[in-house]
Ligand binder design. Structure first.
Ligand code: HEC
Length: 252
């Protein structure tokens, strides 16, 4: 007869009794090992060292994947056509969204509702009159760096795809920062017509389609033609030759 290992404990709950079996040794050891392991785990992943952990690895993988995909796109130009086109391609728009989440929410809010930076979901814009100027603002910044320039930190294609993503935010009208700037025409209105309108009222009908394409987003030099009209052109008393000059050389 093997000696009995199961010892019945004394207490009884509603007539139910239990044995007092110790945990197996291997189990106890496993537990001890996990406790020791957790210390090293904690130090390694949560000790404040950057670039560790699956989140970073994941982002790395996404970035690598992006680079592969960009090979497929080629080098996108920040043109109106491209920006409008990618507004309708959800899988590429996702790239813009990732860029936005990673770099822009600190100032523009998680959904574009605005914080330090303007609300991007309303109809009002400060530095943008046509859709391609979104890409210009992203690339070059605005307001003397209050809006940082991203052209050295983002891939060209990322600038274009982020511009597309920003363009899709318009019209969501999320409550956040109050409107700033002025109402601009819809993205699909041909900019050639409304391009040279004065900065204050972009929605007013285009008066003069003369002056060439305005390159800088916020230029307010629209009043220059009036100024030009006022100053009289050429007073016509241009300096004639000094009278005495003809004689002088001959006399010597
Ligand atoms: C440090 C804060 C900050 C960050 C980060 C930032 N912005 Fe801005 N952004 C601003 C400010 C401030 C303005 C308004 C500039 C002005 O007053 O003219 C602005 C303006 C803009 C505008 C023009 C809005 C308008 O009404 O004319 C766009 C578009 C924009 N930002 C997009 C982005 C994108 C995309 C990113 C991320 C890649 C980004 N911003 C990151 C602060 C920021």
């Amino acid at each position: 007869m093997p000696e009995p290992t199961d010892v019945l404990r004394e207490h009884s709950y509603d007539g139910i009794q239990e044995y007092d079996n110790p945990l197996p040794g291997w189990w106890n050891w496993l537990f001890a090992v996990t406790v020791v392991f957790s210390v090293f785990y904690l130090i390694y992943y949560h000790g404040g060292m950057p670039d560790r952990g699956i989140h970073t690895n994941y982002q790395q993988a996404v970035a690598d994947n992006l680079r592969l995909q960009f090979a497929e796109l080629g080098e996108l130009e920040p043109t109106r056509e491209n920006i409008l086109q990618y507004m309708n391609e959800p899988e590429w728009l996702l790239v813009g969204q990732i860029v936005y989440k990673a770099n822009c929410i600190s100032c523009h809010g998680a959904e574009g509702e605005g914080k330090i930076g303007p609300n991007l979901t309303d109809e009002y814009y400060k530095n943008v009159r046509v859709v391609e100027e979104i890409a210009q603002v992203i690339a070059n910044g605005a307001a003397g760096g209050a809006m940082p320039a991203w052209k050295n930190r983002l891939h060209r294609n990322e600038v274009v795809l982020t511009a597309s993503y920003i363009a899709t935010m318009r019209g969501k009208d999320l409550s956040g920062r109050a409107p700033e700037g002025r109402i601009i025409p819809p993205w699909d209105v041909d900019p050639a017509e409304g391009d040279s309108t004065p900065a204050e009222e972009a929605e007013s009908a285009p008066k003069s389609e003369a002056s060439g394409e305005g390159e800088t987003p916020g230029d307010s030099s629209a009043s220059s033609d009036e100024a030009g009209a006022e100053s009289e052109p050429g007073d016509s008393d241009a300096p004639a030759e000094p009278p005495g000059n003809e004689d002088a050389p001959s006399s010597s």
